[in-house]
Design a protein around this ligand. Sequence first.
Ligand code: ZN
Length: 477
Amino acid sequence: MAVQYRVLLLSLPLLQIVCLDLGFPANEYEYSVKRDSLREKEKQFAGESLAMSEDEQIADRYLQLLKRQEFKATRKTGFPPSRPLEETLDTIVHSDVYRVLKMLPKGGLLHSHENHQLSRSILVDIVWNCSDFQHLYILPENHPTDPWTLDFFISPPPGEGWEKVKGHPNYTKEVILQRQTLLGVLTERARRYPSDAAERWRQMDPLWRRSASQLIANVVVKRLYLAAMWREVLTDGVQYIETRKNLGPGTHQLYSLDTHRKYEPTYGKHYLDPSGELDINMTQLLLREFQKRRPDFIGFRRITYGHHQESVSQMKAKMHLSSCTTRRRAAETNWPDDLMTSFEPEVDISTTQDNSLDAVLLGVSRVGHGLGFIKRPYLLKLLKQRRVAIETCPTSNHLLGYIPDLRNHPAVHYIRSGIPVVLASDDPGSFGYDHVTVDWYQAFMAWGLRLADLKLLALNSLRHSGMSASKYVLPSI
Ligand SMILES: [Zn+2]
């Protein structure tokens, strides 16, 4: 009787579930049995369904101990996943939980934008030490549209205000680096309102150009960039990476610098690769060389992507154009339901939430972010039935103000519902947090996950990658 009384004092929703699905327990024993059966039912969805070796069980207990210590240590200063990353990154990367998670094998990194993956600090080092550094130029702080943008020229376009970096007293590595990441440029207003996504996007938008395509497309930088990117993800326990990259013409095209007069119209840029083939061949060669040194790196794939601001017809056109690489489609549904974000709103009247319909209709194999699906349970059910993976990028969502408190990220609902989720980093270099282990820390600390859940996330990332199953071995579930 006393137990039944205690049950009544429990939350009403729990009482309703017990009454509706399992009948009201008659005594304490029956209550325990029914409680256990609920728990067993829940286990079939997330990582608890995985077999864990004895060593893994020991590691799990150790991680749980570290997690509890971390809860205690951050009680006074604030729980990192519930606070803005700009205030907690230092605490996170110096924690014991982070140290252990960094060593954890993470499988594949499936949602990463190639030119924004590598730490800007490493990119700046590459640029400073490369043979073309003497030809590096920058747009000054007072430039009306693109301040702090870096590019290489033999002779820069006149009238635009480009200044040579080498030898300029104002342009030290440290000063320039601070202007290349979101964490480096956040304004007071952005810090004060961490859920103001529009304000954060205003800070982020110029950064896509500052030290990205035009800089990395220099063939000297590109070679070093790719090797550094692969090396860095390996230090995070990532064995495979798929990066998104715009394959169309423009600033992405490989070039070398050339003093010959015929390249004067392009300011000394000798474009080497109008078809994009050279980029692909060079990357394959570099990858083979890298894997000889690091056989633990399973592979790399480059994929093109449809932007959340594009309509179905625009995406289809791009898919057709990009036949040279994998064609894995995704919908980035991380915008409010009724926001019209098409590039051509007069001819293409569709909200970004409509992309979730397109994702289902186009038969996608993975969905980028998938934040919008929490508002569309029927579509979510279809994703589950079709085993469509959701690429979850918690730190990106956090930094851009979509999910200012990561304890409430919808991915934990997806994981516990049996939807295959993979953890990814999106743009850690340009955001300024650099390492995908930060995403794993946030998920592990905020979502009540255990080692078995992390193992499942890693296995999902291999199962749902573009890689052939023969390249990896998975235990059966
Ligand atoms: Zn993305």
